[in-house]
Design a protein around this ligand. Structure first.
Ligand code: EPZ
Length: 418
């Protein structure tokens, strides 16, 4: 298993381009199952999770070709309507094939995704939504079996604004009979990007980005072409890399409005952050304040930036209370940051970080999940000496060549192939 060795103490400076958004590319890749023919998608990041999705699409009869960051997906009638455990267990977002397969072919058999390090990750909101559209859903021997001669639009109220459930139901409803309204829908930029692609295919999705989503079902969708939006979480991670090392870093080809909550928190901590339409710059600061942060559905502070921001707070002056409201177990990075010398007291949903500027010393640490691994890399950039992050395959799930990007900005790190 690869490791990442980071030599701490380098200040990062310069500008860097972000890749396409993993959490937009995944649902949009699954939405191709709604329309037979050739889809062309640009700015698709090269990530392990994208490779897993290609594998599943191929199992479902698609021809998938990648040329750099462009992917073409040729969809024909799937030989089987089953997403097997072997693939789904590696990437729980595979559950997003349920809606398209059910809507287009009237049935689907998808392995239950199971939990992961950050939480139990149930899919009840997905399944309840499918039932509202008239699907028969049974779960047996670890699989969800869904059937529906015809999906019929209805009104669905989500108990919480689940991103995946909003995407799954939006895709299913796009080919249903009549109109579907989702109340308390997720409002993330990735939801808007998916709606834009479904509309390019001839769908009728209105209200994406607001909490009321209206989908007027159509008879048929036609493949189209689309460019995936920039990854706001990668952009935020790179901005924090500049901030934590006291450098000046500009993140380019991003949408600053998509990670405004982070920008506001950086400014509250004392950083100067300027933005243009498609870039954000953080400026050098020797001392910054510990500030409290609470994760929330978009446009609140993203849970996917909580671990990275916590690394920054370990170097702030004063205390930062970090509250994680989205997932029940998303503090796996805390004990590893403590191994580097951070002073953090975790409770179930709250961690109290007592900032100790310059207080981190390099050590071997272990990545447990995607964003925790990013947090440990950021801490390693400022820890004295060498930090080795194990199980770095977690990082490869969601960051395209992060070590190259950080090296381009002046970091000194290397991947150890084991
Ligand atoms: C998406 O996961 C993202 N993944 C996650 O990013 C992100 O953290 C999350 O949204 C929240 O923003 C992708 O887009 C592929 P949810 P998702 O459904 O859709 C509960 C990363 O690091 N819930 O919005 O699975 C759930 O347990 C990943 O890139 C139910 O109870 O998240 C959680 O507590 C990690 N029942 C909350 O809702 C359901 O049926 C939010 O989950 C579904 C969700």
């Amino acid at each position: 298993m690869d490791k990442m060795k980071i030599y701490g103490g380098k200040t990062l400076n310069g500008s860097i381009y972000v890749s396409g958004a993993k959490n937009s590319a995944l649902p949009i890749l699954f939405s191709t199952l709604l329309a037979q023919g050739k889809h062309t998608l640009h700015n698709v990041p090269r990530l392990a999770d994208i490779d897993s999705t290609f594998l599943l699409l191929k199992e479902l009869g698609c021809k998938v070709l990648r040329d750099g960051n462009t992917a073409t997906v040729e969809v024909s009638r799937p030989p089987s309507l089953e997403a097997t455990y072997d693939i789904v267990r590696k990437m729980r977002a595979s559950i997003l094939c349920l809606g398209p397969l059910l809507a287009h072919y009237g049935s689907a058999r998808v392995s239950l995704p199971g939990g992961c390090a950050i939480g139990t990750r149930p899919i009840d909101i997905h399944l309840d939504g499918m039932k509202e559209l008239g699907a028969e859903i049974t779960t047996q021997s670890g699989y969800v079996e869904a059937r529906a001669k015809k999906l019929v639009g209805g009104t669905i109220l989500f108990e919480n604004p689940s991103v995946g459930a909003t995407e799954n139901i939006m895709m299913a409803a796009s080919l249903a009979e009549g109109t579907t309204v989702i109340e308390n829908a997720a409002k993330e930029p990735e939801i808007v990007d998916l709606a834009n692609y479904i509309n390019k295919m001839g769908g009728r999705v209105e209200g994406a980005g607001s909490s009321i989503l209206t989908i007027v079902g159509v008879k048929k969708l036609t493949p189209s072409e689309h460019t995936i939006i920039p990854d706001r979480i990668e952009a935020g991670t790179l901005l924090i890399a500049g901030a934590i090392t006291g450098g000046e870093v500009t993140v380019k080809s991003c949408h600053p409005k998509d990670f405004e909550a982070l920008i506001l928190k950086l400014r509250e901590a004392g950083f100067k952050v300027t933005t243009t339409e498609d870039s954000a710059t953080v400026y050098p600061l020797k001392k910054w304040k510990g500030v409290d942060v609470t994760t929330a559905p978009h446009p609140g502070f993203p849970t996917d930036l909580q671990a990275q921001f916590m690394a920054l707070m370990t170097q702030g002056e004063g205390t930062s209370v970090v509250t994680e409201t989205i997932f029940e177990n998303r503090f796996m990075h805390v004990q590893e940051l403590v191994r580097l010398g951070a002073d953090i007291t975790p409770k179930t949903r709250v961690a109290v970080v007592r900032g100790v500027p310059g207080g981190l010393t390099g050590a071997p640490v272990m990545a447990t999940d995607l964003r925790a691994s990013a947090s440990l890399v950021l801490a390693g950039l400022v820890a004295k000496g060498e930090t080795t992050v194990g199980r770095i395959y977690h990082l490869d799930r969601g960051y395209e060549a992060l070590e190259n990007k950080l090296t381009q900005l002046g970091a000194r790190l290397e991947r150890l192939r084991e």
